[in-house]
Design a protein around this ligand. Structure first.
Ligand code: PBG
Length: 314
């Protein structure tokens, strides 16, 4: 049954489909800006106008949506730019919706890109203060929904944020805005290149007091169940490749669609090895995404989206 391409095709259980991808993009201030991120080949910090242009290409490749991260003009202790209607992300959302109205726009909701200390909430006594952070996260989610985001994706890992956000959106008439929760997000070293890209590395300490502890699996099921109970329409497991066991378990138990985030480190290490001619970029990226899908992902957030969609087209 493995003797030819066609026989293997008949037996094939999992196929890659650009329709399952979400492409991450980093929005910065300005006009006409497109700066390559040194640790993420082929990924850029782009101003809203360039992002909108990029989105035309994304849609043309059959990719249904993008997820936006913001790099603000200025940061402060409470991440004000994260919920300013004139901020980088709402501006990009409006320009994308003008230019490619059908493309799904997911807005990542977190404060770490907007705070001067780089943590995902407000600080009290050297740690993140959960409940006051919820107010600001919900404010950000509403701000993106009002700018036209189809989906908001809280990635902060504060307790109770999904319920708080759902209530805030509903009261404001945004019942149709979908919540994709980063329900199962580990305190991972694989986010390294992203923190360069988003300029969001914590200025003191780390995120282990709010993101999950890598040795724990049963806790992932509790986190996923809590977020669904609070109103999450879809959930996510992150990172993907080092956590395929978690993805499999969460998918088995989940009543809602489950996404996986193939994170920056997973992308950059393949690129670094390929640049040394140690690995084949195309084959390793396809195999990575197939593995994530085989483990149960309904959709995949990946920096490989455009390249793989292009490979699949040809
Ligand atoms: C924000 C956020 C992070 C990522 C997505 N949203 C970074 C972090 O938590 O440090 C990581 C994405 C990636 O590595 O590709 N909280």
């Amino acid at each position: 049954m493995r003797g030819s391409e066609r026989l293997r095709g008949l037996a094939c259980e999992t196929k890659l489909d650009p329709g399952d991808f979400i492409y991450p993009l980093f929005v910065c201030p300005g006009k006409g800006v497109k700066n390559e991120i040194s640790s993420m080949p082929g990924c850029y910090q782009m101003s809203a106008d360039m992002i909108a242009k990029e989105c035309e290409e994304v849609e043309g490749l059959g990719i249904p949506g993008v997820i936006l991260f913001g790099i603000p003009e200025k940061k402060d202790a409470v991440g004000s730019e994260g919920y300013a209607p004139t901020g980088v992300v709402p501006t990009a959302i409006r320009q994308i919706k003008d230019r490619v109205p059908g493309l799904l726009v997911v807005a990542d909701v977190c404060l770490c890109e907007y705070t001067d200390h780089g943590h995902c909430g407000v600080i009290r006594d050297g740690g993140v203060d959960n409940d006051p952070s919820l107010e600001l996260l919900s404010k950000a989610a509403l701000c993106y929904a009002e700018a036209g985001a189809d989906v908001v994706a809280p990635s902060d890992m504060m307790d109770g944020r999904v319920a708080h956000m759902r209530k805030t959106l509903d009261i404001a008439g945004k019942q149709e805005t979908v919540i994709l929760s980063y329900a199962v997000k580990y305190a991972s070293a694989f986010y390294g290149p992203f923190r360069d890209a988003a300029e969001s590395a914590p200025q003191f300490g780390d995120r282990r007091a709010y993101q999950m502890d890598p040795p724990n699996a049963r806790e992932a099921l509790r986190e996923a169940a809590l977020d669904v109970e609070e109103g999450a329409d879809m959930i996510m497991v992150k990172p993907a490749l080092p956590y395929l066991d978690i993805l499999y378990r969460v998918k088995q138990a989940s009543p809602v669609p489950v996404g996986a985030y193939n994170v920056s480190g997973e992308f950059s290490m393949i690129h670094a090895a390929a640049a040394n001619d140690w690995l084949d970029l195309k084959r390793t990226s396809h195999e990575s995404l197939i593995a994530i899908k085989r483990a149960g992902a309904d959709f995949i957030l990946t920096y490989f989206a455009k390249d793989v969609a292009r490979d699949l087209q040809s």
